[in-house]
Write a protein that binds this ligand. Structure first.
Ligand SMILES: *[C@@H]1O[C@H](CO)[C@@H](O)[C@H](O)[C@H]1NC(C)=O
Ligand SMILES: *[C@@H]1O[C@H](CO)[C@@H](O)[C@H](O)[C@H]1NC(C)=O
Ligand SMILES: *[C@@H]1O[C@H](CO)[C@@H](O)[C@H](O)[C@H]1NC(C)=O
Ligand SMILES: *[C@@H]1O[C@H](CO)[C@@H](O)[C@H](O)[C@H]1NC(C)=O
Ligand SMILES: CC(=O)N[C@H]1CO[C@H](CO)[C@@H](O)[C@@H]1O
Ligand SMILES: [Fe+2]
Length: 470
């Protein structure tokens, strides 16, 4: 009841704001949502919660997750953990309606972190899959077997519809569980999650208690075992802890999660690219060196010219630390990377950039700020139809809670901002149109608190902002 009334109230406010916003054109900032959320402390689910239950049976595979295993989408990497013994590293898999079972063999890793020793972490690439096909797979061969399934993407092509889910800074709180539940129950079904970094928040526990990496893996399995999650590294993946002599950054992340970085010519798992359907997705690393002459810089410089918009019209970039952020939190942390790379984003007409880090939601206008050259003083974001829309989606619901303080007044480049937990859906229809919606956790599963039709920057480069239509 209460919620219904609140969302009705919100809709009215939103409509009013939209009308006002279109009247004042670009002179003022965009919308700061007035949605009023019940402010509660964000708490992690205790280790004995239902979502963290260890699957029954001797040495049962747990924390099962899949990710894309090549550039084109014909390979997948299956990962899982066995706790009691090494067990088999074979994956059995077969096409729906086919009785022919195939086998792939993976490799097994363990690592230590301070006084924690990991279980047996298995990673098994499966190659030469057929496009647009449902596959079943089994892990735990010979002991406790568990069966899952996934769909391969359609063959890469310009008008292939495809729907991505967007989740960031998820963690393992009660709110994280609500976010994941809303993503799963959204009537628009995401086919792959683009995850913008900050996974388990195990580092918020004493000695980075790595059992919280395990519990996160078990919690997320209900999604990660059935659809690929595309990983971006955040600061909570660093696990840099010299006080306990853990000085190799990203140790738990690198052992537990795989990315197909070699396929795209990258030399580190933290930055890479994939094609999926009609999208070309570039994943950048906010916490790996990105200045001139660094490996990431050299790679990205060569990567952008490879994107063929006739093949993959949609150019999407993922990173953790946002470049355009009008919250008080993490203010300007993305600035140095912006200075390095923004001219390329405009030159190559990136459609949209998704970032996390700030635990709230924000969507920008199409703006750029690339005219400044130290002496000319031209350092303001300006409307730019070749620039991407920047979306901050760090609102997964982790233990650190919401970022509620915003810089005032709302800057011109900020189209919509709201401090609520949620997720988003980016649904590509064809080479010219994609539909985007942001869903806050307080609403019904189908409700879009913010939405926008994206017009492709290469094929249909016209202004989409409401002010344009007024
Ligand atoms: C690791 O050390 C902490 C204290 O620093 C202790 O509470 C915990 O039980 C230890 N864990 C293991 C697996 O020894
Ligand atoms: C997490 O959400 C699921 C529903 O998707 C529910 O069944 C489960 O009880 C929740 N667990 C906790 C600890 O909130
Ligand atoms: C771009 O992709 C299209 C469609 O796949 C292809 O016909 C064309 O040759 C490609 N262009 C380049 C420069 O590779
Ligand atoms: C692309 O999709 C949009 C939205 O569904 C639709 O209006 C448009 O007609 C489509 N374009 C083509 C060429 O089919
Ligand atoms: C073509 C074909 O036989 N499709 C079947 C595959 O199997 C599912 C159930 O497993 C059936 O619903 C399809 O009809
Ligand atoms: Fe972060």
């Amino acid at each position: 009841m209460d919620l219904v009334r609140k969302s009705d109230f919100f809709s009215i406010v939103l409509v009013l704001c939209l009308v006002l916003n279109s009247l004042v054109l670009f002179c003022n900032g965009g919308i700061t949502s007035r949605f009023v959320r019940k402010l509660e402390k964000t708490i992690d689910m205790p280790l004995d919660s239902d979502v963290f239950r260890v699957p029954p049976g001797y040495n049962a595979p747990q924390q099962v997750h899949i990710t894309q295993g090549d550039v084109e989408g014909k390979a997948i990497i299956v990962s899982w953990v066995t706790q009691e013994a090494k067990g088999s590293n074979t994956v059995l898999y077969w096409k729906q309606n086919s009785s022919k079972k195939l086998k792939a063999r993976g490799k097994t890793y363990t690592y230590k972190f301070y006084n924690y020793t990991s279980g047996y972490i298995h990673h098994c690439p499966i190659r030469n899959l057929e496009y647009d096909t449902k596959y079943y797979y089994v892990v735990g061969v010979g002991q406790t077997q568990r069966e899952f399934w996934f769909f391969t993407p359609p063959e890469v092509g310009p008008d292939v519809p495809y729907t991505f889910g967007l989740i960031g800074d998820l963690g393992q709180s009660f709110d994280s569980n609500i976010t994941l539940t809303h993503y799963e129950n959204n009537p628009t079904k995401g086919q792959t999650v683009l995850f913008v970094g900050d996974i388990s928040y195990a580092d918020t526990y004493p000695d980075h208690d790595n059992r919280r990496w395990d519990s996160w893996g078990r919690f997320a399995e209900r999604s990660t075992a059935y659809q690929p999650w595309i990983w971006t590294t955040g600061n909570h993946e660093l696990d840099f802890a010299p006080e306990i002599k853990e000085t190799r950054p990203f140790k738990p992340f690198k052992n537990r999660y795989r990315t197909p970085y070699r396929s795209s010519g990258s030399t580190e798992p933290f930055w890479y690219s994939i094609k999926r359907g009609s999208a070309y997705i570039i994943v950048l690393a906010s916490y790996s060196a990105y200045g001139k002459y660094t490996p990431q810089y050299d790679w990205l410089e060569k990567e952008f010219p490879k994107v063929n918009r006739t093949e993959t019209p949609w150019l999407i970039v993922l990173m953790h630390s946002p470049w355009y952020n009008s919250y008080d939190y993490h203010y300007m942390e993305g600035e140095t990377m912006r200075v390095m790379y923004e001219p390329w984003f405009v030159k190559y007409k990136v459609d949209v950039v998704f970032a996390g880090h700030v635990h709230a939601y924000e969507r920008s206008e199409r703006v750029s700020n690339i005219a400044y050259n130290i002496v000319n003083g031209i350092c303001h974001p300006v409307k730019d139809q070749s620039a991407p829309v920047y979306i901050t989606i760090g609102d997964g619901g982790n233990v650190e809670g919401l970022a509620t303080k915003m810089t005032e007044p709302q800057p011109k480049y900020s189209a919509y901002r709201e401090a609520s937990f949620g997720h988003a859906i980016f649904s590509i229809k064809n080479r010219t149109h994609a539909y985007y919606g942001w869903h806050r956790n307080q609403d019904g599963y189908a409700v879009e608190a913010d939405k926008m039709w994206f017009h492709n920057r290469f094929w249909h480069c016209i202004d989409e902002s409401p002010s344009h239509y007024s």
